[in-house]
Design a protein around this ligand. Sequence first.
Ligand code: COA
Ligand code: AMP
Length: 635
Amino acid sequence: MTNRYEEDYRLSIRDPERFWGTQAEAIDWHRPCDRVLDDSRKPFTRWFPGGELNTCHNALDRHVARGRGRQAALIYDSPVTGTVRAYTYEALRDETARFAGVLAALGVRRGDRVVIYMPMIPEAVIAMLGCARLGAVHSVVFGGFAPPELAVRIDDAAPKVVVSASCGIEVNRLIPYKPLLEAALARASAKPERCLIVQRPMHRAELTPGRDLDWEEAMARAAPHECVPVRATDPLYILYTSGTTGLPKGVVRDNGGHAVALHYTMGAIYGMQPGEVYWAASDVGWVVGHSYIVYGPLLKGCTSILYEGKPVGTPDAGAFWRVIAQHGVRCLFTAPTAFRAIKREDPRGEMLRRYDLSGFRALFLAGERLDPDTLRWAQRLLGVPVIDHWWQTETGWAIAGNCLGLHAFPVKEGSATKPAPGWDLQVLGPDGQPLPPGQIGALVARLPLPPGTLTTLWNNDAGFLKSYMEEFPGCYKTADAGFIDEEGYVYVMSRTDDIINVAGHRLSTGAMEEVLADHPDVAECAVLGVEDPLKGQVPIGFLVLKAGVDRPPEQIVREVIQMVRDRIGAVASFKTATVVKRLPKTRSGKILRGTIQKIADNRPWKMPATIDDPAILEEIREALQSLGYAKPQGA
Ligand code: COA
Ligand code: AMP
């Protein structure tokens, strides 16, 4: 007997046009598409060409028109400001329409870009939806990035307007955003015409006359704007993510495929019904925030939680249980690191006893490998399914998971369960040939990719082809390595490039190396990710100094740590570096990062045959030990 997962999965692979064509019926179209899938310009797949729709209409107005106007669309829960505020679908539509009016009055039109650099406040969601309403393309930049990272994104997207706020709040620390924005604008060459600033009551920013506008004043003057129909294939947003070099990649998402896919996943993967409460404890600056704080839950007619706080410290390790109980959350999505943080503070889960979680149905985790300890702890504590699912900024939704809305498979530790419908996953060897079950290789998806995935990189079709489509022709390269077992369960083991995952945040070690290499005393450097009990991975740096440098190494280390913080941001969590005499390399000069990483994590490693001088690895091991890594077993 087949189950619903198998039915959906088979049809989605055998006849993607029919499968996604049926799913598209759940979305309101201004004009129906000419065809579901246009694959005539492979690998640039276009979903629903000829179709016209508006994503904001589908996320808000449609629900108001169908009687959900008084249901909460968004609940802003901010322990850091002591605020809980609900927006009904009607209220969120009205605010968004007004904000779209603000943008329109500033000359923003369909296709124009708007950069959003904001903390987790409702105005961030309103700004995103306001852009979608006008057919403008938003590019949200995570608040934890430093000015140079923001500047690079501004230059690439060339926005007409930047939307920001006076400050963010990190637990009990106020972070003024405006100076960061000013520093970024000073560096950027593509200067926006206008900046819209939300003045938060705890800190007011100084506005630059003629360029900056106060959000509240602009809203008071604005007339609401209708939804502008756009082509299904028009971009909805750009979201920059770490690439293998210091330059981030602008992932482009379309309107039509995105709306159809996210609507489908809310039911199929998360098992959500309209009217229920869904919570993605992430940040609007990440893909999880785009897909499952903003668009997914609203497209489905759910209530979404916008949480401005942390799993611990705001005020304690019971914060997540409080939010779930208080708002009747059915399904929580976060990163394993958040659960490790809670487990560390409240290992016996005593805080949980204070709250009624009887309506809570499932916990979904993603962003990094889910370690078995955390999985078991969460299972025991919560008594609900704990689901590991695997995805990427590029894909916008899960490549593999346990699709609770279709069929709940038994959980296997270390596995993200099965490929989601739409994903024809394969494991390939270095020769591009499929590997048998159980063997580790490159995880790739056969084309066409399902709707809602990246359509290209912003202004960079060549980069799109090079990064994802060229190495394995006919397939999308995920840059993750892993295997699929005899029963079709997917195991994601590691990245095949220089990306590391720090507290669920994706970072490029190459980008950090570029910063270190800029220090005047550094001749050579290497950054790699080592295991961390809380954050999963953290970066550590090795520095080789230029001949003749006689400044104290500790001072140089302090300086490079500060440089990474200033140039990439606090989010990089770059707090450890050490000076070594030399770096271990192959005879052809490649730094043996993988070997250093294994030594640091105390994993088995072999002396590489191509190493030019084996003694260097001993020096590196000693350096790692002095930093608290590479501990002998049992130490
Ligand atoms: N604006 C400014 N600074 C920010 C920021 C923001 N939006 N977000 C994080 N930072 C800063 C933090 O304050 C911290 O600064 P510090 O080094 O001065 O302490 C630094 O960036 C690192 O942040 P983070 O990695 O989040 O570590 P943390 O110690 O503050 O918190 C956790 C650890 C586990 C509680 C936290 O990472 C967490 O909640 N993770 C959830 C996972 C998540 O949201 N993943 C997203 C994908 S699902
Ligand atoms: P991001 O683009 O920030 O979502 O990061 C994507 C990367 O995070 C993936 O390529 C994986 O390396 C990693 N990742 C995400 N989810 C999982 C998971 N469930 N298991 C293992 N790794 C994951």
